[in-house]
Structure formats: C-alpha cells, structure tokens
Write a protein that binds this ligand. Structure first.
Ligand SMILES: Cc1cc2nc3c(=O)[nH]c(=O)nc-3n(C[C@H](O)[C@H](O)[C@H](O)COP(=O)(O)OP(=O)(O)OC[C@H]3O[C@@H](n4cnc5c(N)ncnc54)[C@H](O)[C@@H]3O)c2cc1C
Length: 622
C-alpha cells in the first residue's frame, strides 16, 4: 500500500449528497479536505427521484443554505420546476420542492466543488479504515493508495454490501449502474460498529415519446419559489409535470403477482412513507386508484420518472403494470424499477456531533445512518463536515437543538431512535414547527454559519441584520392606531384579521404602513397573524431549553440510578444522552423517569459515588 504523501484535516468518503455538503462545509471552514469517491462522474447523482425538497425536506435545504451550505444554491440553478407544497395550509408546513435537471445538478455540484480552495477531489474506492489507538488516521483504497487524515467522514449511501432486486433476480450493486462497496462494511464491523440492513426502491423510467399526455393532468410550477437565501442565480426554463392514476387493472396485476415481489417475499425493511406500489395496494386495499406523477429527468433527455410506483416486481410484471396506467398504455420502459438492500450503521453508536462514540475522529453522515433522502443526507453532511473541521481546529462541537431547527430534530432522532425503517423527515416530527418555518431559516440560523467561520460572509450577515431591523421597525410602526367606524384599532390588529393582509391594510392606509420588500413583508405579516401561537410555542421552547441546560455529568452511570424502569435504563445506556432535554425526547421515556433522573443528576453532582432515589417532593416536571 502506497501512502499519498499529503496529509489532510478532513477526508470525506463518497461524493453523494451527504459527502458533497460535508466536504464543502469543512473546506469553507478552512480545513484541508479530500473528497474520495468511487467515480468522479457520479458526484451528487440523484439515485432516485430527480427532485429536491418536499414536506419537511424543503425546510432542511433552507436551513443548510442559511448556514452557508450548498444544496440550495445548486438546485436554484438547475431546477426545471419549482413548487411550494402545502400552500393551502398554514405557513408552518409550507415546503419548497423543485424538480431538478438531474444531470445539470450533478454537473453544477462538481463544477462548484472543484473551485473551492482547500478542497481536493480523488477517484477511489475505500476498502479499509486506518485506525491507531482508537482513533481514525486515514483510509486505504482498492486501488492500493492510503490517505492520512485527522478525521474521516463516511457517507457511502446505499452502497455498503448493496444488493439489487428485480423480482427473483438479484445482483450486487450500490445502485443501478454502480458497483457495491464491499470492503467498507467488513472494516466497520471489524472495528466494532454494529450494522443492520435496510431497503429502498425506485420506479421505472420511461421514454417521453411513448406517453399520451392528453390522458394526464398537466401540473405547472410556480415562479416565486426558491431555495437559497442568496439571490440572483439565473434560472433554467421551466417545464410541466403530469399526473395520472393507476387503474383497477393495475391493482389486479399487483395482487396476482405479489408473491413475486422481492420486497414482499423477502420481507425487507423499506420506508413506510415512500411505499412501493405493492405496499400501497396491500395497505390501502380500499383505495380505487393511486396517484402517479410523471416527472421529466432533465431538459436534454427524454427520460421520465414515474413518481409513486416504485416496485421490486419482476420486469415481465412491471411492463403490463405500467401499461395499465392511463396515458401509459404504450409506455416504453428505459430503466427497470428495482429495490436495493444495503448495510447501515445501527443507532446508538453516534454522538450528536455525528462522530462515532467508539472511534475518535470518525464521523458518519447520510444513508449510512439509516436515513433516506438527499436532503436528510445533505443536512447530516453539513453537520459532520462542520464538526470534523471544528475537531481539527480544537473547538467544541456544533450541535443544533430540535427547538431551533429541523436538522436538530433529525439528528437527535437518528442518534436516539432504534430505526425499524429508513428515516425520513416530516413537518410533524418537529414540535416547534410554527417557529421552524422554511421562510425564516436565515433569521434562525445564519448567525451560526457566520460564527463558525468561512460559511456565511460578513456582508451577508450585515444584510441579514438589516432585514431583522426592518422587521422590528415595521412592527413597531404598526402599533399606531386607526379609527374604524367608532372603534380604534392598531394597524397590527388590522393586519392580523383573517380577512386582511399587509398589502390590503397598506392600500387602506398608504401613509401609515411602510413599503417593504416581499420577504420582509412576509415575516411581518406572519409575526402579526400568528402572534399568539408563536408566543406560546416560544414559551414551550424555553421550557425545553431549560431542560437542555441540565447536562448529564461525565461518569454518571445510569445503572446505579435507583427507581428507573429497566426499559428506560437500557435506552439511556444505548444512547448516552448529553442533557435532560434530550432524555425527555427519547422514545419510551416517561415524565416519572425524567423526574428520577433530574434528582439523580443533582445527587450525582453532590455525591458522585452514591446512588440517589427521587422522592415525590423533589420532582419538578409535570
Ligand atoms: C434504488 C434507490 C431508491 C431510493 N429511493 C428513495 C426514495 O424513495 N426517497 C428518498 O428520499 N430517497 C431515496 N433514495 C435514497 C437517496 O438516493 C439517498 O437517500 C441519498 O442519495 C443518500 O445520500 P448519501 O450521500 O448518503 O449517499 P449516496 O447519494 O448514495 O452517495 C454515496 C456515494 O458514496 C460513494 N461510495 C460508496 N461507497 C464508497 C467507497 N467504498 N469508496 C468511495 N466511494 C464510495 C458512491 O459512489 C456515491 O457517490 C433511493 C436510493 C436508491 C439507490
């Protein structure tokens, strides 16, 4: 094995969505970073749906962008249709989504990474981790090259021991067209990490010329949606998507062939929330039809993605199944659907910084942690990249709390939860979702990117401070009273009325209501319309933050805490939480457990060698 003579601060394995974000963040923070990936031509490849964002996921992309990450900027430049999902519902759940030109997305990502100082790219397949005295010191590749580095981030996606299934046909692969990663799983197991197995699936791609669009509903995009808080990116021309539905015939085909489905016959664990067509037809047997979105894969290809019909049925069943769908009677399939099984690292082995508990300097991000989705991967990649750079710089880790971000919610979940299926984000996972909106991610998080250094510029921070001040000033100005018939109202009260908006009140009182640019106006309007709810959620958040401030003392042994239920004790030992707030959010932990631990922590601080029990009078949480 030949060691490449250069030494790196951060070495990222795998240039998928987690790896790109990790490498970008670490390099921007000044760490000398190497991104090693199997194939430099598949950087940021979209393995499944050619789209970024969606419910809960769009929020993650906005958060990454607010802190100086890259995904939002790349998708804004390569999207061919933007939409804001859930617009008919409250702003807490509005979620941006964009259909990407998947080739341009990957190309733009590579082009951007190539221009970043401190960031080096290298093609290679990592087989082994180099570990010395319990700490990672580098990696070695199949090509016979070793690289030395202070930290390593693994983001190898669905590739570890990947096995592809199409009916009873199966073969090794990291995803269609790519080889699996074999050595890495063995290396992780040998170094004591516990691995599990998960699966996911993808639908067929078809040729555009074979679709009868007259039988489908056209769906156009919306102009006023974007991901990056940075403005001024040029946009591509926008194209429509189409909607169609499965038929009674589709249902019959699936039911009759269920036993041939790899997912069904092998009982692999797949994502409940991105179900295969087999899952949908079994679980929702009373539903007469299922919606299918026909989505273009790019501007310069005729390939279309069939969103909603992922399957692991054999190909000879896929053909009649697709042709039983309205508009697809003559469908020409260009890529078969398949399911993939892969290794992931089981929960309980990571700290909130995404560094492993047992191997110093080794970080994990993306699908390897049991999540699914480009956005979830990118969110973890950003955090792992930042924390690897911080470790090298000798600074404390950066941990986002679930009260301030979707990324914080996700990381606490994957660190704490025993996953039984791939984890994906939803708005319902965030308790404080009215505060964690996609529109205010910059107001919530950009200061972190600035403080971390290298991610958010001084100019961007000053512009943001200016925006914050404008919001504050406008809200102050709107305290002025106006007379409506015989009663006096503040302008704030007028705007808060359900039948009014900022603009309509401005029309009525042009000299009293200031002109604001759209984004600032939106913030002012939301603050006024949802003032009561926002205040309540802020108060609840504060209570939770108080619990976050009670840290678990180093050396405290949960085994010695009297009165704890065994189930709670096991969960605590597995997760090793940092503070009482995290304990309170662990699945299966009760208020009684929390009370006992509160007293135990206090007791431990006073007498580290005694095992305390809680008394009723001492309890504090209700
Ligand atoms: C068939 C299929 C269906 C999917 N369906 C969905 C879905 O329905 N919904 C959804 O949200 N997501 C889905 N996904 C998942 C989505 O693709 C992933 O969540 C996302 O890409 C994960 O990002 P990542 O960065 O963790 O890994 P990936 O994007 O998979 O990237 C991993 C990278 O690591 C590289 N690599 C792997 N091993 C090595 C090694 N040993 N040495 C060097 N490089 C290595 C690979 O070449 C690749 O570039 C699907 C994926 C597949 C394959």
């Amino acid at each position: 094995m030949w060691t490449y003579e250069t030494f790196y601060d951060v070495l990222v394995v795998g240039a998928g969505h987690a790896g790109c974000e990790a490498a970008h963040a670490a390099a921007k923070m000044g760490a000398r970073t190497l991104l090693v990936t199997m194939n430099l031509d598949t950087i940021a490849k979209m393995s499944c749906n050619p789209a970024v964002g969606g419910t809960g996921k769009g929020q993650i992309v906005r958060e990454i962008d607010a802190m100086g990450g890259i995904m939002g900027q790349i998708i804004d430049q390569t999207a061919i249709q933007f939409r804001m999902l859930n617009r008919s519902k409250g702003p807490a759940v509005w979620s941006p989504r964009a259909q990407a030109d998947k080739h341009l997305y990957a190309q733009k990502m590579k082009e951007t990474l190539e221009t970043i100082p401190n960031l080096f790219l290298m093609q290679g397949t990592i087989e082994d981790l180099l570990i010395e005295n319990g700490a990672v010191v580098g990696i070695s590749t199949k090509e016979g090259i070793a690289f030395r580095s202070s930290t390593v981030i693994l983001s190898s996606g669905t590739f570890m021991q990947g096995k592809i299934h199409i009916g009873s046909t199966q073969f090794s692969g990291g995803r269609a067209g790519d080889p699996p990663s074999i050595g890495l799983s063995n290396s992780l197991s040998q170094h004591g990490l516990r691995l599990g197995r998960l699966k996911t699936g993808t639908p067929c791609r078809i040729h555009k010329r074979s679709v009868d669009f007259s039988k489908c509903e056209r769906q156009d995009g919306e102009e006023d949606v974007r991901f990056s808080f940075k403005k001024g990116f040029s946009r591509l021309s926008q194209v429509p998507c189409y909607i169609t539905y499965t038929s009674q015939e589709s249902q019959k085909i699936v039911e009759q062939n269920l036993y041939k489905s790899a997912g069904y016959s092998k009982k692999m664990v797949g994502p409940r929330y991105c179900p295969s067509i087999e899952d949908k037809i079994v679980r929702f047997s009373d539903k007469e039809r299922h919606q299918i979105f026909i989505e273009p894969e790019g501007l310069y290809t005729q390939e279309l993605y069939l969103n909603g019909i992922s399957t692991s049925l054999p190909f000879d069943v896929q053909v009649p199944l697709i042709r039983s769908i309205a508009g697809l009677q003559n469908a020409e399939i260009v890529r078969p659907a398949y399911a993939i099984e892969y290794d992931y690292v089981k929960s309980g082995q990571l700290q909130l910084s995404l560094e492993t508990k047992t191997i110093q300097g080794l970080f994990l991000a993306g699908q390897i942690n049991g999540t699914t989705g480009y956005e979830e991967a990118a969110g973890q990649g950003f955090i792992a990249g930042v924390n690897a750079a911080l470790k090298v710089q000798g600074r404390p880790p950066f941990i986002l709390s679930p009260q301030e971000s979707y990324i914080g919610v996700m990381i606490e979940d994957i660190v704490s939860m025993e996953l039984t299926e791939p984890y994906r984000m939803f708005t319902s996972r965030a308790g404080a979702r009215l505060l964690l909106r996609q529109d205010n991610a910059d107001l919530r998080l950009s200061h972190y990117g600035y403080q971390l250094g290298g991610l958010v510029t001084k100019e961007d921070m000053e512009a943001l401070d200016f925006k914050k001040q404008k919001i504050k000033d406008a809200i102050q100005l709107l305290k002025r009273h106006v007379q409506v018939e015989d009663r006096s109202y503040t302008l704030q009260q007028m705007i808060a009325r359900p039948d009014k908006s900022y603009l309509s009140v401005q029309q009525d009182y042009p000299h009293l209501v200031p002109d604001l640019e759209e984004e600032t106006r939106f913030q002012v309007e939301l603050e006024l319309k949802y003032a009561g709810y926002i205040k309540r959620q802020e108060e609840e958040n504060q209570k939770l933050k108080d619990l976050d401030a009670i840290s678990v003392p180093e050396g405290m042994d949960f085994e010695l805490v009297k009165g704890l239920r065994n189930e709670a004790r096991e969960t605590l030992k597995r997760v090793q939480p940092l503070h009482l707030g995290q304990i309170g959010r662990l699945p299966g932990i009760t208020i009684a457990d929390l009370n006992i631990l509160f007293v135990a922590i206090r007791g431990f601080r006073k007498h580290p060698h005694q095992a305390p029990t809680a008394t009723l009078e001492e309890t504090f949480v209700s």
